[in-house]
Design a protein around this ligand. Structure first.
Ligand code: ZN
Length: 154
C-alpha cells in the first residue's frame, strides 16, 4: 500500500492482498517477523488488520504476542482470508475494556478464549461482513473449545 493509494482509496476494509514491507514504517508495535512467524505471507495479510492490532496495542498499553494470522488450523475462513489474528496479552485486560478497545481499533469479529488454566487468548478480525462476537472455553487441554455467548465466558 503506497500513500498515494491511501489518498485515493483510504485504508482498505477486509483484505486487498497488498501489504508490503514498507508499510511497517507506519506500524509502531510490530515487526514483519511477528506476522510471518506462522508462515503468513505479507502479501496475503490485510493491512487494515495489522493497523488494527497496532492501534489496539497502543490502546491497551500492554504487549501483544501474536499467535497466528493465516497459519494454523482454524474454523471459519477469516484466517485463510488474511483478515484475522489470534493473540495473547502480557497483562490481563478485563473483558469490557478489551471489547471496547478492539471495537475502537476496527475489529468486527471478536472471540475471547479461556483455556483450562484460566488464561485468555483473543481472536480479532476485520471482516467486512456484520459484526460477530463469541466466547469459548475448555476445561481440559485435550478438549475441543466449547463456544458460548461472549458475555458468558467470564
Ligand atoms: Zn482466530
Amino acid at each position: 500500500m503506497t500513500w498515494i493509494n491511501l489518498l485515493h482509496y483510504g485504508l482498505p476494509r477486509g483484505n486487498d492482498g497488498n501489504m508490503q514491507l514498507t508499510d511497517f514504517k507506519h506500524i509502531r508495535n510490530f515487526k514483519p517477523a511477528e506476522i510471518q512467524k506462522d508462515g503468513s505471507i505479507l502479501g496475503a495479510v490485510s493491512l487494515a488488520l495489522i493497523v488494527s492490532i497496532d492501534d489496539l496495542r497502543d490502546a491497551i498499553k500492554t504487549p501483544i504476542s501474536i499467535i497466528c494470522v493465516t497459519g494454523g488450523d482454524h474454523g471459519g475462513d477469516t484466517h485463510p482470508r488474511g483478515i484475522a489474528v489470534d493473540f495473547t496479552t502480557k497483562n490481563f485486560i478485563d473483558m469490557e475494556t478489551m471489547i471496547w478497545n478492539m471495537c475502537r481499533a476496527g475489529f468486527r469479529g471478536i472471540g475471547i478464549y479461556k483455556n483450562n488454566l484460566g488464561y485468555f487468548s483473543y481472536h480479532g478480525d476485520v471482516r467486512p461482513e456484520p459484526v460477530q462476537m463469541w466466547g469459548a472455553y475448555k476445561k481440559q487441554p485435550q478438549y475441543k473449545w466449547t463456544y458460548v455467548n461472549i458475555q458468558d465466558i467470564i
